[in-house]
Write a protein that binds this ligand. Structure first.
Ligand code: MF3
Ligand code: CO
Length: 256
């Protein structure tokens, strides 16, 4: 059920994931007070073009909705799938998630990162971002051959519970490869030793989505942007991880 990539597929996955990571790193450098999220999305589009890949998000369809942007840019209470807008001008203290999903030679690489623009509005925001990133690192370490999906889920949950942060349950990590979303689903909560078995050659997008307050979500009228119901700040970190015989390897690493 869960695709095991061949050596040739793994080579392409390494390439596309390096591209996705490079685009994300370049966009992160661009982030500045006064910039609109539309311009940031356009920068992402340009970087993908320069690298010879394309956005896996642009024109992505779910039901009747077609995603209109090239990257997902989610600010403050926005959790995922925010759409860049000329009306959204970034301000000091904004907490923005850059989510870049690239496609190349028929394969997809997916990664995301949350950054605070300038000085944090309050120290809670910095706490949220720091511990969401750490939760991802913990989850990645649990992605081992002969382990199970639930080991990843449980490890992330345990870390975030310990830090009293809100785990978003309405969105999950996923297998990634020949399409953006492949089996398995990887929730950010769960029980160890449950779920599908992990094997070398799987490529997984592990992605804790976390709120400072309640984990309840709601969808904006644009049909894409998911926000926290209580308006509390959200953070989101994501890597594409290759499971090898020796353990997890992050392959969304910039190399260009
Ligand atoms: N990284 C996002 C995800 O895994 C990419 C979404 S693209 C969109 O859901 F088109 F669905 F927004
Ligand atoms: Co993803």
């Amino acid at each position: 059920m869960i695709p095991i990539k061949t050596q040739d597929e793994i080579s392409i996955m390494r390439e596309v994931c390096a591209m996705a990571a490079t685009v994300l790193a370049r966009m992160e450098k661009d982030v500045a007070v006064g910039m609109t999220t539309y311009d940031l999305d356009q920068a992402g589009r340009k970087y993908m073009k320069e690298l010879g890949c394309k956005s896996a998000c642009f024109n992505y369809k779910v039901g009747n909705s077609i995603y209109p942007a090239h990257t997902c840019l989610s600010v403050n209470e926005e959790i995922v799938h925010g759409i860049g807008s000329i009306k959204r001008c970034l301000q000091e203290g904004d907490v923005i998630t850059l989510d870049v999903c690239a496609e190349y030679k028929g394969y997809v690489g997916d990664n995301a990162k949350t950054v605070i623009i300038g000085n944090a509005r309050d120290e809670q925001d910095a706490y949220l971002v720091k511990h969401t990133q750490a939760a991802l690192q913990e989850g990645i370490q649990a992605a081992r051959p002969n382990g199970r999906v639930g080991d990843i889920s449980h490890t992330i949950q345990r870390y975030l519970d310990r830090h009293q942060l809100g785990i978003i349950r309405d969105f999950v990590g996923h297998g990634v490869g020949a399409s953006m979303h492949e089996p398995p689903q990887i929730p950010n909560f769960g029980r160890r030793k449950t779920g599908a078995k992990l094997r070398a050659g799987m490529t997984l997008a592990i992605e804790p989505m976390v709120s400072l307050g309640s984990p309840q979500t709601k969808m904006l009228d644009d049909g894409w942007t998911a926000v926290t119901r209580d308006g509390s700040t959200a953070a989101h970190f994501e890597h594409t991880v290759l499971i090898t015989e020796d353990g997890p390897e992050i392959i969304t690493v910039p190399n260009l």
